[in-house]
Design a protein around this ligand. Sequence first.
Ligand SMILES: Nc1ncnc2c1ncn2[C@@H]1O[C@H](COP(=O)(O)OP(=O)(O)OP(=O)(O)O)[C@@H](O)[C@H]1O
Ligand SMILES: [Mg+2]
Length: 148
Amino acid sequence: MKQAIKWVMKSEEDTKKFGLALAKQLKSGSIVALIGDLGTGKTTLTKAIAEGLGVKEMITSPTFSIVHEYHDGRLPLYHFDVYRIGEIEEMYELGYEEYFYGEGICIVEWADLIWELMPEESVTIRIEYGESENERIYHVENCNIKEE
Ligand SMILES: Nc1ncnc2c1ncn2[C@@H]1O[C@H](COP(=O)(O)OP(=O)(O)OP(=O)(O)O)[C@@H](O)[C@H]1O
Ligand SMILES: [Mg+2]
């Protein structure tokens, strides 16, 4: 089994700092898999990563379109939310390979639903609720975040 590093987010502010730090580590072609129940903060983390990449456009949940593209940051950002995907075929129909194996950065909410398509080297963040309302526990694979 792969080594997962545990991080504790005590507040939304911690999540924001984490996202900004993660953005610095991401390179052309990086893929971030976000896994966690409703409301664990996958979109909140995505917003922080986007901010770190210099995206000025507003990040909204791509509820009806599976993927939203942002082209005003350091690298193109492709934000997937596959929560409502019916079958894996839909990923082929939207041409996911162009995104996953392209020059930009992909962030995938609910990546567990399309796990067979996720490259093994993806930065994987499993998010759980913590003990208090605003606490979240992260289990991070394939990335060494350095906090400042
Ligand atoms: N430490 C934290 N990190 C992230 N979000 C937090 C934290 N503490 C509280 N929150 C709140 O939790 C909520 C997370 O909502 P968000 O839409 O980001 O979750 P999500 O995982 O994307 O949900 P969905 O599965 O519906 O897409 C927000 O209301 C946010 O303010
Ligand atoms: Mg979300």
